[in-house]
Design a protein around this ligand. Structure first.
Ligand SMILES: Nc1ncnc2c1ncn2[C@@H]1O[C@H](COP(=O)(O)OP(=O)(O)OP(=O)(O)O)[C@@H](O)[C@H]1O
Ligand SMILES: C[C@H](N)[C@H](N)CCCCCC(=O)O
Ligand SMILES: [Mg+2]
Length: 235
């Protein structure tokens, strides 16, 4: 597998992971990279309903995707699987899905469910997936009051698990930041020692695809998606 793999997790659910995945994918595509996206376990949708991958494709345009399992209840995947009496996600299924995408892509982005310790299956978290795939984690964080604690806990646990962190992305930056939000921009980096490599503006998910794709490279550092041209120091 020669593709680069990026795991996108976060400090919890509803912090803007899916919109951050779309912004990362759009940034990578703007740099000329072929991108695939995997959502190993999608919960809260049934049959033909739109999951996170549909949101990403809606913003970024058609790209290869894989979703090994989905469960109807809007819960952690392990609990949702138990309630649906359907099989749990396995690491083999994640590896196969990512491998399929990697065969045709330069970058494969994998979105977890909720925060880093949420059970994708009884013995499987996104931390295990990152370790198994030897891939760094982008941590999406909330902008406002409370994020310092959640983000430090997340970064500490990733460090304890010896998983590399690619950077922090602030999932939804308000038009008018309050005092806590304004202070958090610098404090997140100072307290975690991890750079903020992306700041996604609030409302980004509601933009037109054209606007989203044009704007995303301004929100995300090109380095994190592996923009080879910029890595070589080209303008
Ligand atoms: N920057 C943003 N602009 C517009 N809407 C946003 C933004 N960030 C998040 N949202 C909205 O907030 C909600 C939660 O975001 P999102 O679905 O990305 O959460 P998540 O972190 O991916 O959670 P999950 O664990 O369910 O995957 C969604 O309704 C999404 O549309
Ligand atoms: C349904 C939701 N949108 C997510 N996909 C699942 C979030 C699980 C969070 C579990 C928890 O941390 O308490
Ligand atoms: Mg999501």
């Amino acid at each position: 597998m020669s593709a680069r793999i990026l795991i996108v997790s976060g400090t919890g659910t509803d912090v803007g992971k899916t919109i951050a995945v779309a912004a990362l994918a759009a940034t990578a595509r703007a740099a000329g990279l072929r991108v695939g996206v995997c959502k190993p376990a999608q919960t809260g949708v049934t049959g033909g309903e739109r999951g996170d991958l549909a949101t990403v494709v809606g913003l970024v345009g058609d790209l290869p995707t894989r979703e090994p399992v989905r469960y109807p209840d809007p819960l952690a995947p392990e609990t949702a699987a138990l309630r649906a009496s359907t099989p749990f996600l396995s690491m083999d299924a994640v590896r196969a899905a990512v491998g399929e995408l990697a065969s045709d892509c330069d970058l494969v982005i994998v979105e977890g469910a909720g925060g880093i310790l949420v059970r994708l299956a009884p013995d499987l978290t996104i931390v295990d997936v990152a370790r198994e795939l030897d891939a760094p984690v982008v941590v999406v964080a909330d902008a406002g009051l409370g994020t310092l604690n959640h983000t430090e806990l997340t970064i500490r646990e990733l460090g304890r698990a010896a998983v590399a962190v690619a950077g922090l992305v602030i999932g939804s930056w308000p038009v008018e930041p309050d005092l806590a939000t304004a202070c958090n921009r610098a404090d997140l980096e100072r307290l975690t020692g991890v750079p903020v490599i992306g700041v996604v503006p609030a409302g980004a998910g509601s933009r037109t695809p054209t606007d989203f794709q044009r704007s995303a490279p301004g929100w995300i550092s090109a380095i994190v998606v592996g923009d080879r041209r910029r890595r070589r120091g080209d303008p």
